[in-house]
Design a protein around this ligand. Sequence first.
Ligand code: ZN
Length: 190
Amino acid sequence: MLLIIYTGCALVKWRTTFSICVRLRLEALTHQIQTKLNRMNETLNKYQTATDVYTLLCTGLVCPYCGGKTEYIDSSYVYGRSYGMIYICKPCDAYVGVHKGTDRSLGRLANKELREAKKRAHYYFDQIAKTSLINKIWRKWIPDISNRKKAYKWLAIQLNVDEEFCHIGMMDVKQCDKVVEVCKPFLPCA
Ligand SMILES: [Zn+2]
């Protein structure tokens, strides 16, 4: 009888210890998972914020140099004659045009340095995008795609940027220089 009581007590004790161990282990695992999830959320939030800021800059409504609000005026202010509307930050001498017939900015505002960099990037990239050269560089066949779009797709891979944001109008000086660097080797007279 005593033996049965003693065995029963030991069993209860063992089960209690076991359940405590399991509970502690589960708590530790939950904590680990929660920490990982929190870190993932932080990264996602940072990425989201970065994308939001970038998207905002590409609306032309905010100057990327001083952070100030831009003006929406006729381009004759800059060129002496009208080529349509522009978003401008006068103190930074930075501006950008709009898509024809809309108030949609062509990209981010560019100051003198960036305007020069964009010109250089276009000079090299357009020789690939506006000819059939892209099909020699990248032989992959993509149905129903223009050379220009295919060239931008190729460029996005070369620059390791999201295709959605891979437009020279959206780039900074560093990215424009990279465009030159990746395009130049494919051009016969570069
Ligand atoms: Zn500014």
